[in-house]
Write a protein that binds this ligand. Structure first.
Ligand code: 13P
Ligand code: SF4
Length: 320
C-alpha cells in the first residue's frame, strides 16, 4: 500500500493544527480514539481512553462510536474488530506489529497444539487472530493469573506465546504449563547489572516491572503488574522514586498522575532506545490524522476466522 503523507499545500493551509483537525474528524466520524500507554505522549493526550490491553478490549467491546481508531498495535486493533464486526476499525500504521505475535505463526502453533490434544490452550492476547482461533481462552497480563487459577486442578495447559509471562504465571499459581518460547523484544532488553547500579544510586527507589520481563529482573522487582497496575501502584505507593521496567511510554501517564515523583526508565543492554517499542512508535500524530481522513488503513477480517477468534476472547471477558 502507498504510504499516506500530508501534502505540503495542506501544511501551508493556515491555521493547520493537527490536533484540531483530528478532533474535528473524530466528531464528524463519530469516532473514538483508544490508545495504549506505549503510544507517544501527544497521542495519549488526545485519546478518549488510555488503558492496558484488557481495559482497551473492554472499552472496544462497549463503545457506541461508529469508528474505532486504535492507537496501538495490530493485535489490539484486530481484537477490537473481532468484538465489533460492524464497526470500522482503523490502525494508523498497519506495520505496527508485535514481536510476540510475529514469533508465533499460526501454522507452526497449530502443529504444536495438535501434538498435545489433552491440553487446554491459553493464549496471551499479544497474538494474531489466527492463533486466537486455535486457542481455548485468551488472557492479558492483568487477568492471566486469575484465569489460570479458575482451571480445574490437573488440567493440562499450553501457554503461548510469551515464555516470560508464562513462567511468572507458573510461579504465582504453582501450575505446570507447556510453553511456546516467544518473548517481547522490548521487555527482554533490560539489563540486570545496570538496574543494580541504579538501585545503588537511588537507594529508596522501588523497581516495578511488567511480567513480560525476564525472570532475573522480576526476581528483583518490588511490584509486578500490567501497565495499568504499574501506574496505579505508583499513584498509591508512599515511595517517591521508581525504576520502571516496561516500555517508557507509560512514564508520561505516571508523571501526569504523580508530578512530584521521580520515574527512572530501566536501562537497556546496549546504549540504545530499545526500551521503546518500535512497533508502537510507528503510530504518529500525522498517521493518526491521515487514517481518520482517508478511513484507512482499516482492519478487515474473514468472518469465519473472526467467529473462531471471538469465542476465546468472550471466555476471557467472562472469566476476568
Ligand atoms: P498490558 O497492556 O496488558 O500491560 O501489556 C503490555 C504490552 O506489551 C502490550 O503489548
Ligand atoms: Fe509487543 Fe513488546 Fe511492543 Fe508490547 S512492547 S507490542 S509485547 S513488542
Amino acid at each position: 500500500m502507498e504510504p499516506l503523507v500530508v501534502k505540503e499545500e495542506e501544511l501551508k493551509l493556515t491555521p493547520f493544527n493537527i490536533e484540531d483537525e483530528i478532533l474535528a474528524l473524530k466528531k464528524k466520524l463519530n469516532a473514538v480514539i483508544l490508545a495504549h500507554y506505549y503510544q507517544e505522549s501527544e497521542i495519549q493526550d488526545l485519546a478518549d481512553f488510555i488503558g492496558d490491553s484488557l481495559e482497551l478490549s473492554k472499552r472496544a467491546a462497549s463503545t457506541e462510536a461508529d469508528v474505532i481508531v486504535f492507537a496501538g498495535v495490530h493485535f489490539m486493533a484486530e481484537t477490537a474488530k473481532i468484538l465489533n464486526p460492524k464497526k470500522k476499525v482503523l490502525l494508523p500504521d498497519l506495520n505496527a506489529g508485535c514481536s510476540l505475535a510475529e514469533g508465533c505463526p499460526a501454522p507452526l502453533f497449530k502443529k504444536f497444539r495438535d501434538e498435545y490434544p489433552d491440553h487446554i490452550v491459553i493464549s496471551y492476547i499479544n497474538c494474531s487472530a489466527a492463533v486466537k482461533a486455535l486457542s481455548d481462552i485468551i488472557c492479558t497480563s492483568s487477568n492471566a493469573v486469575k484465569i489460570i487459577e479458575q482451571l480445574p486442578a490437573g488440567q493440562k495447559i499450553i501457554f503461548a506465546p510469551d515464555k516470560n509471562l508464562g513462567r511468572y504465571i507458573m510461579k504465582k499459581t504453582g501450575r505446570e504449563m507447556l510453553m511456546w518460547e516467544g518473548s517481547c523484544i522490548v521487555h527482554e532488553t533490560f539489563n540486570e547489572r545496570k538496574i543494580i547500579d541504579l538501585t545503588t544510586e537511588f537507594p529508596s527507589a522501588l523497581l516495578i516491572a511488567h511480567p513480560e520481563c525476564e525472570e532475573s529482573i522480576l526476581a528483583r522487582a518490588h511490584f509486578i503488574g500490567s501497565t495499568s497496575a504499574l501506574l496505579k501502584f505508583t499513584q498509591e505507593s508512599d515511595a517517591n522514586e521508581f525504576i520502571v521496567a516496561t516500555e517508557e511510554g507509560i512514564i508520561h501517564q505516571m508523571l501526569k498522575k504523580s508530578p512530584h515523583k521521580k520515574f527512572i526508565p530501566a536501562p537497556p543492554n546496549a546504549n540504545c532506545a530499545c526500551n521503546e517499542c518500535p512497533y508502537m512508535k510507528l503510530n504518529t500524530m500525522e498517521k493518526l490524522y491521515l487514517c481518520m481522513r482517508e478511513l484507512k488503513p482499516e482492519i478487515i477480517l474473514d468472518e469465519d476466522l473472526r467467529l473462531k477468534a471471538l469465542k476465546p476472547i468472550q471466555r476471557m471477558l467472562e472469566m476476568s
